[in-house]
Design a protein around this ligand. Structure first.
Ligand code: UT7
Length: 308
C-alpha cells in the first residue's frame, strides 16, 4: 500500500496589517483586553479566498518542485468561499492549472485536518499527488461594528503538497469528530454575519482538543510525551495554553501564531505549520500533532511522523 508524505508547503497573507490599536480607534475595545483575553496583537485583512489560496498553493507546488500538471486532486478547505456555487476550488484549479479534480471542504476551523486525513485516503486510493489548501477571508463575513468578533478574525492561507511514497506513511493516527447539536454556537446564515457564542465554544474547545488529540495519539501508539511539535488551531492563546498544559506539552513544543494572524479558521493550522517549518522547528523523524476544532461543532486531530 502506498504511503503519503508532505513534500512542499507555502503560505500567503494579505499585506494589510490591522493592529489592536487600529481596532480600538473605532470600537469600544482596547489592546489590553484583546491581548489578555485572546493573545492577538495584530491580524492581516484583505484579498479573496481564491486569491490567497492560489498564492499559497503556488508556493507549495514550487517548494515541492511540481506544477499544477502534476496534481491529481486539489482539496480546498474553507468556510468563506468566494461564492456558494461554484466551489472556490474551481477558481484555484484554474489559477494553478491543476490537471486533476478539485473540491471544497467545509468543516469550519477543523477543515485543514479533515482535509489532511482525506488527502491521505485519496493517496491510499491511488492518487499520486494531492494539493491541500486551507484558505479563509473571515473578514468578509464579519460585522466590523461587533467588537466581540471583529477583534478575533484574520485572513490568510496555507498549503501543503502530499505525495505517494514507497516508504512508510507519515500519518500515524487520526481522529475526526462532530456534534451537530452544537451547530447553533457558531454560524453564519446566507448573506449574514458570523455569530459565535464564545464562552460555550471555549468550554467545548479545550475538551475537544484534549480528547481528540489523546485518541489520535493512542491510535498511533503514542502519548503526549512523544510529541515533538504540537500545532493547534489558533482561536485563542488561552485555549492553546490550557489544552497544552493538560496534555503536558510545554511551550517549547507547541506553535503560537495567533499574535500575528488572529483566528484564520481552516488556514490557521497550515499557517502555524509553515511558520514552524520556516523557523526550523521540525526535523525528519519528529512526531507532529495537529489539532483543530470549530463550527459544527467539529474537531479533528492528526499525528504525523515528519518525513522532511
Ligand atoms: O475558531 C473556533 C471557534 N472560536 C473559538 O474557539 C473562540 C472561543 N472563545 C473565546 O476565545 C473567548 O470566549 C472570547 C475571546 C471570544 C471572549 O473572551 P471571554 O473571556 O470569554 O470574554 P466574555 O465574552 O466573557 O466577555 C467578558 C467581558 C464582557 O463584559 P462584561 O459582561 O463582563 O461587562 C464583554 O462584554 O468583556 C466584554 N467584551 C469586550 N471588551 C472589550 C467582549 N468583547 C470585548 C472586546 N473588547 N472586544
Amino acid at each position: 500500500m502506498p504511503g503519503a508524505r508532505i513534500t512542499g508547503w507555502g503560505m500567503a497573507v494579505p499585506d494589510k496589517v490591522v493592529t489592536n490599536d487600529d481596532l480600538s480607534a473605532t470600537l469600544d475595545t482596547s489592546d489590553a483586553w484583546i491581548t489578555e483575553r485572546t493573545g492577538i496583537r495584530e491580524r492581516r485583512i484583505g484579498g479573496t479566498t481564491s486569491g490567497l489560496g492560489i498564492e499559497a498553493g503556488r508556493l507549495a507546488l514550487k517548494h515541492a518542485g511540481l506544477t499544477g500538471d502534476d496534481i491529481d486532486v486539489l482539496v480546498l478547505a474553507t468556510t468563506t468561499p468566494d461564492a456558494i456555487v461554484p466551489g472556490t476550488s474551481a477558481t484555484v484549479e484554474e489559477g494553478l492549472g491543476i490537471a486533476g479534480g478539485a473540491f471544497d471542504l467545509n468543516a469550519a476551523c477543523s477543515g485543514f485536518v479533515y482535509g489532511l486525513v482525506a488527502a491521505h485516503g485519496l493517496i491510499l486510493a491511488g492518487a499520486r499527488r494531492v494539493l491541500l489548501i486551507g484558505s479563509e477571508t473571515l473578514s468578509r463575513i464579519t460585522d466590523w461594528d461587533d467588537r466581540s468578533l471583529a477583534v478575533l478574525v484574520g485572513d490568510g492561507a496555507g498549503a501543503v503538497v502530499l505525495e505517494a511514497t514507497d516508504g512508510p506513511t507519515e500519518l500515524l493516527g487520526w481522529h475526526l469528530g462532530a456534534d451537530g447539536s452544537l451547530r447553533h454556537l457558531l454560524k453564519c446564515d446566507h448573506g449574514g454575519y458570523l455569530y459565535m457564542n464564545g464562552k460555550e465554544i471555549f468550554r467545548h474547545a479545550v475538551r475537544a482538543v484534549i480528547d481528540s488529540s489523546t485518541i489520535a495519539l493512542q491510535r498511533a501508539g503514542l502519548t503526549p510525551a512523544d510529541v515533538d511539535l504540537f500545532v493547534p488551531h489558533q482561536a485563542n492563546a488561552r485555549i492553546i495554553t490550557a489544552a497544552a498544559q493538560r496534555l503536558g506539552i510545554n511551550p517549547e513544543r507547541y506553535v503560537v501564531t495567533i499574535d500575528r494572524y488572529g483566528n484564520t479558521s481552516s488556514a490557521s493550522i497550515p499557517l502555524a505549520l509553515v511558520h514552524a517549518l520556516n523557523e526550523g522547528r521540525l526535523e525528519p523523524g519528529h512526531t507532529v500533532l495537529l489539532s483543530g476544532f470549530g463550527g459544527g461543532m467539529t474537531w479533528a486531530s492528526a499525528v504525523l511522523r515528519w518525513g522532511g
